[in-house]
Design a protein around this ligand. Sequence first.
Ligand code: AMP
Length: 259
Amino acid sequence: MTANPKSERKAWLNGPSAQCAPMPTPKEHPWRLILFGPPGVGKGTQAQLLHERLGACQLSTGDVFRAAGTHAACDLTPAMQEALAYMRKGELVPDTTVWQLVRERRGCLHCGGGFLLDGFPRTLGQAQSLQGLLDREGLELSAVLSYELPLAEIVSRLSGRRTCKQCKAVFHRVHQPPKSDGVCDLCGGALFQRDDDQPEAIRVRMGVYRSSTAPLIEFYQQRGLLIRVPATGSPDEICRRSLEMMEWRATSTHGHELA
Ligand code: AMP
């Protein structure tokens, strides 16, 4: 099934009252995934490709903060203004703010097409809160895809990354250039380099990843959910590899639908 990336992400960006349009066809065994990995490993691109392939909603906490950053400061709550200041420096937003944002969007976790959590959870506290919420809502995670890549490759990917201002699609100046320089292939929006992809912010984000987020690998490994995916090759190759590894896992657990 091919889903419409723009319409489904909008619901998540807009908050609790928004609804997917069109609603994805409900699946008997929808994939409920966490996409995990250091900054620059290509999680956002993979989330986009897996969303198109599986019909699962892409839920990115980073996108919510970036969308909030396009509003005038006076339209934002003090907590959101504080969150944006952390984000611009490449630091993590406090757990309480992130958790409020996810909790008020919990309806998206019930999406009939499943979900792909992209950039959340990022701390042990967030992972434990998410586990509690999923238990209360009667939802089960299918797997955690952990994308892995050497550091030098990560820095090259981050510094060349360009994001669409309008639909948030991700391109790369060398590895995945848009057809027309500076213009999004999907919606014609302008491409820009994120503040947190500047060299100093990249250094901070890598340090934060190592100290706060890497311990989650152990957390999900202990729960038998972790799938380690080598993130080398083109985005399509990585996506194919992810699907093969998920399929292998699905046949050894219960039957999720890959198409
Ligand atoms: P991303 O696009 O996922 O790399 O997120 C961009 C920035 O948003 C991060 O560097 C953080 O400042 C903030 N952010 C996004 N998700 C989270 C999260 N789960 N916890 C804390 N901060 C987050």
